[in-house]
Design a protein around this ligand. Structure first.
Ligand code: MOS
Length: 746
């Protein structure tokens, strides 16, 4: 907009600014969903099926109803009408488990809700739930972790170029291997929860939601009330990792109970239920065939992926996400299919698709490098594409080569000796491995409102939410930068459907989505301030034309004359105005026909130490180089990548949701039994951002950070494990006993 001078004062963009919501969190005053305790509130506890397949024969609630404090027990007979939602369009009306709770008496997975008990206290509700007697007609279930294409079905081709079969058949060097990643459970510290209130007409729903606007649409339809009669609030999230993107059945149960009993109802999903009722990353089984000339030039890449899915829901992991554009390959085929199992609905988990997909394809690349006797960094550099060959479009900003070069330099890769077990330090065998990372970059629809206030402060409001990644802080930075307001004077309001519709906290896209809308809203508010200044009958800018004044560093001034500047707050106050407002709106690029290929990139270099004599494998060192556009907040950005690397260590070494084949239950369903990376497992992590702005996405060139840091970590670890032990791990997580049994000692 003309007349807005470049800000001369030092910008907060790119700085390692601490979280603006940090003090609230460390002082315990940030209120998460389950912290909301409403007047007269009741507690709900679901009853979970104890078979994985079959039917409910009988459900006896008499004993439960007689437990002191129990107000009601709801089940199929008395829940009343709960509707399905209309088919999803884009990211509207999304839910993973589309069957409303108690819709039929069929059990399709262990733990499926069969009833819900509502009582005066949580303990009474628990006692009531334990007293509900359910008998079942059980049928044989299937939670098998060996996947095969269902009879009569064929793989769905997602992408194809050239002729992979012919190229593979005649190639001199080839790898044909199958890789398995287990079901993984999202384990954010904050449990899923819902606190529902009903005032006789409208619902107020406090939800652990990564997408309040979608939550509202889904709940309104399931409850059969107008959209306007539902308000969803999610102010703070103790993370979600994708598990909280879409509504789950407990949410509608809490709302239905609140309406029936005309009292607020709180339902907190237990940690055990987190393993069965609120999604997981599905088991994947991927066959990769890759071939090359003797000099390492890739000839073909064929990626077939199966993933397990629930009986009723069709969640595709999308393992081929990054396969089509990562390398220059003339012949490519990506195909997938779903295999039904008696498990709860699968859903997006951090870096869905690309993360398990890259484990398979990057592992195959490492195997190919070994077969070629070629350095794995050199193999990747050799096949760097000039454009996105799957779309036939240029990349908006791709610096993969630099990621690999900078990473190799920082890691000391040149000192690597390729022979298995050939590197030693401190009596341990070292393994060094590498893999590349990639993740989508795009924008979702976003609206935002900005206020510049007479007290010199600013307010920005958007119906997105902060999943814990720093959205409050980054939004404050954007407004501080654009309006010249000190960071601590920017109020950020998020997580409420009374605010303008904002993006889902998914796909690492909130930052890139909100910049254009918040930027426009701020510029509009500034323009209002300038009009107020020049339309005034008094004051320093009275009688000036709009073109004679400008806005700089939070002040209105005569063009080019900083000494004439008056703070916007004073300008507003002088005219008895409380506020100047602006609104902004920007459109999605996600799902639109692309004109350029937008992705983030990275390289992961990993060192493991191997001590077979004490059966110990450790990830000791990770160097990660990330090309995610411009980084708006170095501290929040580094924090995201470090956290993602820890998750990658967990993916390679520990994480696995195990189903009991006898009962169909998830058996390691606690934080004691489901292993994740702990502090003691944490390697040293060196994070570098290349920081090339990608201006095709927004005016700062920020692509978004989070999921990219997890991509490529697991295959870099298994590559390092191969280098140390000679054992190629094709089924995660890595098992020490396999390494001990099969290691090749140097
Ligand atoms: Mo993330 S899996 O896009 O919430």
């Amino acid at each position: 907009m003309a007349g807005v001078a470049e800000t001369a004062m030092e910008s907060v963009i790119g700085k390692p600014v601490p979280r603006v919501d940090g003090p609230l969190k460390v002082s315990g005053t940030a209120r998460y969903t389950s912290d909301h305790n409403l007047e007269g509130m009741l507690y709900a506890v679901p009853v979970c099926a104890t078979i994985a397949k079959g039917r409910i024969r009988s459900l006896n609630v008499a004993a439960a109803e007689s437990v002191r404090g129990v107000k009601a027990v709801y089940h199929r007979e008395n829940i009343g009408k709960v509707f399905r939602t209309a088919p999803a369009m884009g990211f509207s009306l999304m839910s993973d488990e589309r069957r409303p709770p108690f819709e039929d008496d069929v059990i399709r997975y262990w733990g499926q809700y069969v009833a819900v008990v509502v009582a005066e206290t949580f303990q009474q509700a628990q006692a009531g739930a334990a007293a509900v007697q359910v008998s079942y007609d059980a049928e044989p279930h299937d939670v098998s972790t060996e996947l095969a294409l269902p009879a009569g079905e064929s793989l769905r081709e997602e992408s194809k170029r050239g002729d992979v079969a012919a190229a593979f058949a005649s190639a001199p060097v080839k790898i044909d291997a199958t890789y398995v990643t287990p079901a993984e459970t999202h384990n954010p510290i904050e449990l899923h929860a819902s606190v529902a209130a009903w005032d006789g007409q409208s619902f107020t729903l406090y939800e652990t939601s990564q997408a309040v606007w979608n939550q509202r649409e889904v709940l309104a339809q399931m409850l059969g009330v107008p959209l306007d009669n539902v308000r969803v609030i999610s102010r703070f999230l103790g993370s979600g990792f994708g598990g909280k993107l879409w509504p789950w059945p407990h949410s509608v149960l809490a709302a239905v109970a609140a309406r029936k009993l005309n009292r607020p109802v709180k339902l907190v999903v237990s940690r055990r239920m987190m393993f069965q009722n609120v999604g997981h990353r599905p088991l994947t089984q991927q066959r990769v065939r890759v071939s090359a000339k003797a000099d390492g030039t890739l000839l073909s890449l064929d990626h077939e992926a199966l993933n397990h899915t629930a009986i009723l829901d069709d969640f595709s992991e999308g393992c081929g996400e990054a396969t089509g554009y990562l390398y220059s390959v003339p012949n490519v085929r990506i195909a997938s299919a779903l295999v039904r199992r008696n498990v709860g609905s699968a859903t997006a988990m951090r870096g869905p698709g690309a993360v398990p997909g890259l484990y398979a394809t990057e592992s195959a690349m490492d195997e190919l490098a070994v077969a070629l006797k070629m350095d794995p960094v050199a193999l990747r550099l050799k096949n760097e594409p000039k454009l996105d060959e799957s779309l036939g479009l240029p990349f908006s900003s791709r610096h993969m080569v630099e990621c690999l070069q900078v990473g190799a330099e920082k890691f000391g890769w040149a000192r690597r000796t390729p022979q298995v077990g050939s590197m030693k330090a401190d009596g341990k065998t070292l393994g060094w491995g590498v893999a590349v990372a990639s993740w989508i970059a795009a924008r979702f629809d976003c609206e935002a409102k900005v206020e510049l206030r007479a007290d010199g402060s600013a307010r920005v409001a958007c119906g997105t939410q902060d999943v814990g990644t720093g959205t409050y802080t980054v939004l404050a930075q954007v407004v501080a930068d654009k309006a010249g307001v000190p960071l601590d004077r920017v109020e950020v309001v998020l997580g409420d459907t009374t605010l303008p519709p904002g993006p889902i906290s998914g796909g690492s896209m909130v930052t890139s989505s909100m910049i254009p809308a918040v930027g426009d809203a701020t510029r509009q508010a500034i323009e209002t301030v300038l009009l107020a200044a020049t339309s005034s009958k008094t004051g320093p800018f009275a009688g000036k034309k709009r073109g004679e004044v400008e806005f700089a560093n939070g002040r209105v001034q005569l063009k080019g004359d900083a000494s004439s500047g008056v703070g916007f707050g004073e300008v507003l106050a002088a005219q008895n105005l409380s506020v100047a407002t602006g609104s902004g709106k920007s459109g999605a690029t996600f799902g639109a026909k692309p004109t350029v290929s937008q992705h983030s990139f990275g390289a992961q270099f990993v060192e493991v130490t191997w001590q077979p004599e004490i059966a110990r494998l450790r990830v000791s060192r990770v160097v990660t180089v990330i090309d995610a556009g411009r980084v708006l907040n170095l501290r929040a950005g580094r924090n995201q990548i470090e956290g993602a690397v820890m998750m990658g260590v967990g993916m390679a070494m520990f994480e696995q949701t195990e189903y009991d084949h006898k009962t169909g239950a998830t058996i390691n369903n606690s934080l004691a039994d489901y292993l994740m990376t702990t502090h003691a497992d944490a390697p040293s992590v060196d994070v570098t951002f290349l920081d090339y702005p990608d201006l095709t996405l927004n005016e700062y060139g920020a692509r978004g950070i989070g999921e990219i840091g997890l991509a490529g970590v697991a295959p870099a670890i298994t590559a390092a494990v191969y280098h140390a032990t000679g054992v190629r791990v094709r089924r995660l997580p890595i098992r020490i006993e396999d390494l001990l049994a099969n290691q090749k000692l140097a």
